[in-house]
Write a protein that binds this ligand. Structure first.
Ligand SMILES: NC(=O)c1ccc[n+]([C@@H]2O[C@H](COP(=O)([O-])OP(=O)(O)OC[C@H]3O[C@@H](n4cnc5c(N)ncnc54)[C@H](OP(=O)(O)O)[C@@H]3O)[C@@H](O)[C@H]2O)c1
Length: 407
């Protein structure tokens, strides 16, 4: 039960593709409200180095979509909130945070009225706040399912950060909640709005490297000393298996949108060192090999314990597309090698944030089709589960065209 449910059956969706069902009977109504399968909302300090705006936000057109930003963390404050000014049809109408001091500082800086600053406990009150059309969930991943469902219960549209959730079961519940509420659900896969990746999709469709044979993607960085109690990205309840859900998902997405195919089989391996608090609950590396129906193969690697990289390479029968960095906030580089050697500079990658917001606003206002719907997030979680299942069992997992595991 959602909302004021007192004795709600919650499932702890453990990362690593192993779904551990557990009955978490809440001790009190307040605890029931704030629990989500072992993950609980908890306000955090203002991240170091955040620059808050010093000028009032621009006035927007009358049909601009008002967003409530849920979770004032690094990505919301450093990347997304400053980009609302560049969006045509989206504005910040409200903020939701577990840190009252941040509500004041961020609210003042962004000109959010005092009565549009909500705590998690007050979240349900957004239902009667007509300034809010949509909710943007920028919480740790293990909290997405619960808070997306709450946003739908308040009859708001939802933009949810990637990855959509920690399991395909959670994704299915989120989609169903949106359908019941008759509200839109979009996953914030920003690369679908970024000029280099859009150009790469077009080039691959036009067979600029010939027929695709090999794909390699790698997303990694070396995480500093930390532990699950200090950093949600190392907590299984909040981050699942770790680097694959958080960063490797960009490689997973690239392999899909560059080939235009779904894999028919996956084999994989994971590594978790012992005695390292960073990897007490999550994997350090995840590598997988995919085979597509066309015969193309892909190799995807992601790590939280190796020097930073973020590339996608596609090798076809006549050449290769090299994207390095492939899916950053800015600074993308892309070239085609082979018959037609060429460097591409299709546009400023930083437009991806505002374009994503406007795309969602068009869906809300004009019923325009969503490029990155909940179903895409669900598809990706199915593949993540297949990767973990293949690694856990040491076997090649066969997949149906929708990404579900066969047999
Ligand atoms: N699309 C992208 O490029 C991109 C990049 C980075 C992150 N993301 C996604 O954005 C989401 C947030 O990531 P982030 O990097 O912004 O994380 P973060 O800096 O750690 O911020 C998360 C915020 O969530 C709130 N929160 C509520 N309960 C929490 C808990 N138990 N533990 C930690 N934080 C809690 C806090 O906000 P309050 O203090 O305001 O309550 C916290 O500041 C994730 O889903 C991540 O995958 C996407």
């Amino acid at each position: 039960m959602i909302g004021n449910g007192m004795t709600r059956r919650t499932f702890i969706e453990a990362g690593g593709g192993v779904a551990t069902a557990s009955l978490a009977m809440a001790a009190s109504p307040a605890a029931a409200l704030l629990q989500s399968g072992g993950a609980t909302v908890k306000g955090q300090p203002l991240p170091d180095g955040v620059k808050l705006p010093t000028v009032a936000p621009k006035r927007k057109r009358p049909d601009s979509v008002g967003f409530a930003i849920v979770g004032l963390g690094g990505y919301a404050l450093n990347q997304m909130m400053p980009r609302f000014d560049q969006a045509e049809r989206a504005h910040i109408a409200a903020i939701v945070s577990g840190n009252p001091n941040k509500l004041t500082r961020v609210g003042d800086a962004y000109g959010v009225p005092a009565d549009a600053r909500y705590s998690y406990e007050d979240f349900a009150k957004i239902a009667s706040d007509d300034r809010i059309d949509a909710v943007y969930i920028v919480l740790p991943t293990g909290l997405h399912a619960e808070w997306v469902t709450r946003a739908f219960a308040a009859r708001k549209h939802v933009l949810c950060e990637k990855p959509m959730a920690l399991s395909s079961a959670e994704c299915a519940r989120m989609i169903a909640a949106g359908q019941r509420a008759k509200r839109k659900l979009m996953i914030a896969y920003r690369s679908h709005f970024e000029p280099y990746n859009l150009e790469a999709m077009k080039l691959m469709q036009q067979k600029a490297a010939g027929d695709i044979r090999l794909v390699r993607t790698e997303q990694s960085y070396r995480m500093g000393p930390t532990s699950p109690s200090q950093n949600w990205r190392t907590s299984r309840a909040l981050a699942g298996g770790g680097p694959l859900e958080d960063y490797g998902i960009y490689g997973l997405q690239s392999a899909l949108y560059l080939t235009g195919e779904m894999p028919e089989s996956i084999s994989a391996t994971t590594f978790r060192p012992t005695g390292d608090p960073r990897f007490a609950e999550i994997f350090a590396h995840v590598a997988s090999q995919w085979r597509f129906p066309s015969g193309a193969v892909a190799q995807l690697v992601t790590s939280y314990d190796s020097a930073g990289t973020n590339f996608a390479h596609v090798r076809g029968t006549t050449g290769a597309l090299i994207m390095d960095p492939a899916t950053s906030y800015s600074g993308q580089k892309m070239r085609l090698e082979g018959r037609d050697d060429r460097e591409f500079t299709p546009g400023d990658p930083s437009v991806q944030f505002a374009r994503q917001l406007d795309h969602f606003a068009d869906a809300v206002r004009d019923n325009a089709a969503i490029r990155t719907p909940g179903e895409m997030g669900l598809r990706d979680l199915r593949l993540i589960e297949a990767i973990y299942a293949a690694a856990a069992d040491g076997r090649t997992v066969k997949l149906a065209p929708d990404g579900t595991m066969r047999g």
